[in-house]
Ligand binder design. Structure first.
Ligand code: F6R
Length: 615
């Protein structure tokens, strides 16, 4: 959480930083700030609110000139979102400035120590403590900025991606990371610093991703030097060529990123299986699985760890793996798993699912599993992300950048990757016949065109949304493969429209939630024709007899549910196991339209951030 952008070179830094912050706003958007060196002094402007508020603030209060600068968009951890707590933070002397993404856990003890030596603090943040600690070390030890940062970071417990600047050394920026991502764009005689590469992709395709516990001193006219924070050893910089382009991170004519990303799903799912699903040869080719086939085949069980929507994709995968490959699967919230002293052995395979590849709890769960000798496989979207690098092997989802804070195409592409893995293992284990395997490959290949067809329900879903935009509660019910879709549908609605929503396995309704049903309660029931259909129809009857309002997602041609439900949304027929890839689409659209009609900020819902790099 929090987005960092820095620039050092010969261009005007202001527009680069502001545009970059807007692209990183998905990481946090409760306050924003900028520091620019105008050739003489360091000018800081910061404010509660969005980057657009920062622009207005700079317009009023300070200048926009300078070839060196850094900016920040915040998701508050310590201290409420207000002007003072916004970054950058200056040291007591005013010489040093910092932007920070992460949490300094021992900030209180450090603050007490610094206060006892005369330091004062304007904000409630852990970051202001860190910059004064750096200043204190610099003075006490009489060392340069890079060394002072290194010594200070060795006293710190927590997570960080930081950029530190000394106004007396305007051609230099010191950066460091532990647990929060940081990329450096390398241009000709210029450097860009950012939480991800999106702020600088139009300037350079060459980037270095700092690893955990690394720091770098970036000096104009010099090659970047990377060192280990702990022991000062030099690290060879690995310069990657970026694969993303500007078009992928723009709205492309849609009103919101979320809507664009919903509509991108046919393409995204195709990209996910492209080159992996080879129907003519009747094979699935995935290097990460192939190279580690023995580990998968010898596994006692697969443990899936993830958070939020990715956890829901993991739940769908549980059904698919157990059905296709007959391997026992356990799906865990990463945040619970990591603190539960779980039993993990060398015969376990852990699959970590994460769109961003930066989720702190998922990363910690991976480290724990690795320390116990388990084989760890990652399913990530962001190429080169921390989780992609921390896992032994993995498979990217290839969804392309997902910028809307609510996950949409990440979910369907995660399910696609996991389905491919399950099918591959099913063949290797002989738990699926070759004719069934071929049939499944064929069916999976048809999904993108079915999603395309399904997206045409948009207008119909919008009409339904109009009737429920004032609801205060909502239930989502599904069974089997579609139980996780019910959870995901409810999460989508609550996170972007702020309507309270809960997902349940349809049969669980009788064990409590049925008490909530009355004529004001919309109940979204996922009832495709394959998979416990009759049972779900009975559940629908039970809701109807209690006057609940029913929005049913059914297979096209269904008549039984049409007679009972208040609204039906039809999806194309498919293999039962692939139905979540279809049933989830109208639920995404329903949440989207309700949120838009309620005037909610769909792409940046309150209190949320796209990349949860704090636990
Ligand atoms: C919901 C959503 C979150 C994320 C969760 C995990 O729409 O986006 O619930 O799914 O924060 O994030 P990743 O997948 O990046 O690990």
């Amino acid at each position: 959480m929090c987005g960092i952008v820095g620039y050092i070179g010969s261009r005007e830094a202001y527009p680069i930083i502001i545009e970059g912050l807007k692209r990183l706003e998905y990481r946090g958007y409760d306050s924003a700030g900028i520091a620019l060196f105008d050739g003489k002094d360091l000018k800081i402007a910061k404010t509660k609110g969005k980057v657009s508020d920062l622009e207005a603030c700079v317009e009023k209060e300070t200048s926009k000139t300078g070839n060196v600068g850094m900016g920040h968009t915040r998701w508050a951890t310590h201290g409420v979102p207000n002007d003072v707590n916004s970054h950058p933070h200056a040291s007591n002397s005013g010489d040093l400035a910092i932007i920070h993404n992460g949490i300094i856990e021992n900030y209180d003890a450090l603050k007490k120590e610094l206060t006892s030596r005369g330091y004062t603090f304007k904000s409630d943040t852990d970051t202001e403590v860190l910059i004064n600690l750096i200043e204190d070390v610099k003075k006490k030890e009489n060392v340069k900025l890079g060394k002072a940062v290194q010594i200070a970071l060795n006293q710190v417990i927590g997570a960080y991606a930081i950029a530190v600047y000394d106004k007396n050394k305007p051609e230099e920026v010191v950066i460091a990371r532990l647990g929060s991502p940081l990329a450096v764009g390398i241009g000709e005689d210029e450097f860009f610093i950012a939480s991800d590469a999106s702020p600088f992709i139009e300037y350079t395709k060459n980037a270095i991703y700092l690893e955990d516990e690394e720091m770098a001193i970036i000096r104009l006219g010099k090659a970047i030097k990377i060192r280990k924070i702990k022991d000062d050893s030099l690290v060879d910089p690995y310069i990657q060529e970026l694969q993303i382009n500007l078009e992928q991170i723009e709205k492309g004519g849609y009103d919101h990123f979320m809507l664009k990303e919903i509509h991108e799903q046919p393409r995204a799912i195709r990209d996910t299986y492209r080159g992996r699903l080879l129907r003519d040869e009747a094979i699935i080719k995935m290097a990460g699985v192939e190279d580690n086939m023995k580990k998968f085949l010898n596994a006692d069980r697969i443990i899936i760890v993830a958070c939020g929507t990715s956890w829901h994709a993991g739940l769908v995968a549980e059904y698919i793996f157990e059905e296709f490959a007959r391997i026992p699967v356990e799906v865990e919230y990463a945040s619970e798993f990591r603190y539960r002293n779980p039993i993990i052995t060398e015969k376990d395979v852990l699959i970590a699912i994460s769109q961003s590849g930066e989720t702190a709890d998922t990363l910690a769960a991976i480290k724990l599993a690795k320390s116990k000798g388990a084989f760890v496989f990652g399913v990530c979207n962001v190429v080169g992300s921390s989780i992609a690098r921390e896992t032994h092997a993995g498979a990217y989802t290839h969804a392309g950048p997902e910028i809307g804070v609510a996950s949409t195409k990440a979910f369907t592409t995660q399910i696609t990757v996991l389905t491919l893995i399950a099918l591959r293992l099913a063949r290797a284990k002989g738990t699926m016949s070759s004719s069934d395997f071929r049939l499944h490959l064929h069916e999976l290949e048809l999904i993108p065109q079915k999603v395309e067809q399904l997206l045409q329900v948009d207008q119909h879903v919008k009409e339904i949304a109009k009737e429920y935009l004032l609801s205060t509660n909502c239930l989502y019910l599904g069974r089997g493969y579609n139980f996780p879709v019910a959870l995901e549908g409810a999460l989508k609605l609550k996170e972007i429209s702020y309507i309270h929503a809960e997902g349940y396995p349809a049969a669980e309704m009788k064990h409590g939630p049925i008490a909530l049903i009355d004529d004001r309660m919309p109940v979204i029931v996922i009832a495709p024709s394959k998979g416990h259909y009759e049972k779900v129809v009975s559940n629908i009857q039970e809701i109807k007899s209690r006057k609940g309002k029913i929005i049913a997602v059914v297979t096209e041609g269904d008549t039984a549910v049409r007679d009972i439900a208040d609204h039906v949304i039809e999806i194309p027929d498919s293999e039962e196991a692939f139905s979540p890839l279809l049933t989830t689409i109208p639920l995404q659209l329903l949440s989207y339209h309700i949120a838009v009609m309620r005037n909610c900020n769909v792409d940046q819902p309150r209190n949320l951030a796209k990349s949860v790099t704090v636990e």
